[in-house]
Write a protein that binds this ligand. Structure first.
Ligand SMILES: [Zn+2]
Length: 462
């Protein structure tokens, strides 16, 4: 363009035409830029995909060059619309940009739902965010509008029990098969505060699901065990489904903490735990290991359980390590004594199996190795994923023969027994987890229990 206006054309007439055309083009570009003005950008975010009793919605507005003017958030359903929020901001002027005084970003948030908008009906709802443009003699005032269509769901979701005869016990496990309606995005079993989430039933029809669930050992009220379903609008329904709930009498045990035992276990665990507070007496350090470390490793296992494969990787009863005696059992309440004084209480959540020293440890069932290495209070340990949230743990081992990611068959050697971690003598601590919660391993060692309570209910190979 500058070439055309500055250069000296050989003939006058065509030059004039070119110049006029160029000026027209400049004017057109300027007019376009001024008319359009900077367009604010907007995004609508919602806490849930659908609207129910109360769903939080946020609209974010942004216009960094000249600032925002008026912004608005509203909901529209049919003929009715309600403004949820509106704000007006001063802007930078066209020829005197007062940077710092205008508002480049803003946010309007509101809770939408039947709780506040009684007029809402089931069906579609439009959430609309509006921001105006800078208007002027040449500029379009057309507002910028962003809409988000959402479903309004006001009824509790459909939930139908399909399986029968649910016999459960404190600290036990089970399976329940059920069907859910449209829009359900979370379902399973709630036992107290512990949730066992469901999976689609293998080979099942639309909406058919099953949950492999845990009954926490500390839960004694059967009314707290419920099937639940929650839809994408937050509507929730719960159903009782347990036919028989067996209480398990508490079992107590005592453990003497000797100086020899503390000297064996405390420094080994402390040095293998990054960030461990190794101050104070051996007993104080032991209490931190038995308390804080025990809780944190259980949380670590629960996190691994969330990535469990949605497939059955196991078949039939779990194997008890051959030629072993069962020592401590599941959910034993241990009182720890030091110099004749009770210093700690913890619950033992596995089955202790003792054989000869350095005995081969077989996989109790087929599965995938998800952890093999040092695991805090469990010492050298292997964790197997059997699918659908079912995991088995082998603790206190001397040597490990497997690596994470490996698939192992039932009976395959995982390593050798030992007394690493919080262990006095050579033994294997077998612990079974269902959805990250420890359950009684004895049920899983019993082929009749598996067949009647798990395999036949969900048509798993058993
Ligand atoms: Zn144990």
């Amino acid at each position: 363009m500058p070439k055309l206006t500055l250069g000296k054309p050989p003939r006058r007439r065509p030059g004039r035409i070119v110049m006029i055309l160029a000026l027209l083009m400049v004017a057109f570009v300027l007019w376009g830029a001024l008319r359009r003005g900077p367009a604010p950008s907007m995004v609508i975010e919602s806490e849930r995909p659908a609207v129910g009793a109360a769903t939080k919605i946020v609209a974010r507005f942004s216009e960094p060059s000249r600032g925002l003017g008026t912004v608005r958030l509203e909901v529209v359903q049919g003929e009715k619309s309600v403004v949820l929020g509106e704000q007006r901001f001063p802007r930078a002027g066209s020829f005197n940009p007062t940077r710092g005084r205008f508002t480049p970003q803003a946010e309007l948030s509101a809770t939408v739902g039947r709780a506040s908008e009684e007029w809402l009906r089931e069906g579609e709802l439009v959430v609309r965010a509006t921001a105006d443009r800078i208007a002027g003699p040449l500029r379009s005032k057309a507002q910028v509008v962003v809409e988000r269509r959402m479903q309004v769901r006001l009824r509790p979701p459909r939930l139908e029990l399909e399986s029968r005869q649910h016999y459960v016990r404190e600290g036990g496990a089970g399976v329940v098969v059920f069907r859910v309606g449209e829009g359900v995005d979370r379902s399973g079993v709630r036992a107290g505060t512990v949730e066992s989430l469901s999976y689609p039933r293998p080979g099942g029809s639309t909406g058919e699901r099953f949950a492999l669930f845990a009954i926490p050992w500390e839960l004694s009220d059967p009314a707290q065990v419920r099937l639940f379903a929650e839809d994408d609008a937050g509507n929730r329904v719960e159903l009782p489904f347990v036919d028989v709930f067996k209480k398990v009498p508490p079992r107590a045990d005592t453990l003497e903490l000797t100086e020899t035992f503390l000297e064996k276990v405390v420094p080994a665990i402390a040095s293998a735990t990054p960030g461990f507070d190794a101050r104070g007496r051996l007993l104080d350090q032991y209490l931190r290991i038995n308390g804080e470390l025990r809780r944190s490793v259980l949380a670590q296992i629960a996190a691994l359980a969330r990535d469990s494969e949605p497939h059955v990787l196991w078949k039939g009863a779990f194997l008890q390590m051959p030629n072993t005696q069962r020592r401590s059992g599941f959910a034993e309440n241990r009182t720890y004594f030091y110099q004749g004084r009770a210093v700690d209480h913890q619950t033992h959540l596995g089955l202790d199996l003792a054989s000869t020293e350095r005995a081969p440890v077989p996989a109790a069932n087929s599965g995938k190795v998800v952890f093999a290495g040092w695991l805090s209070i469990y010492g050298n340990a292997v964790l197997l994923d059997h699918g659908y949230g079912l995991l088995s743990l082998y603790g206190h081992m001397a040597a490990l023969d497997v690596k994470p990611g490996e698939m192992v068959g039932k009976g395959q050697r995982l390593g050798t027994s030992g007394s690493t971690g919080l262990a006095g003598g050579d033994h294997v601590h077998l612990e079974i987890f269902v959805q990250g919660k420890s359950v009684d391993p004895l049920e899983w060692l019993d082929e009749h229990w598996i067949r009647d309570n798990i395999a036949t209910k969900v048509n798993l190979p058993g």
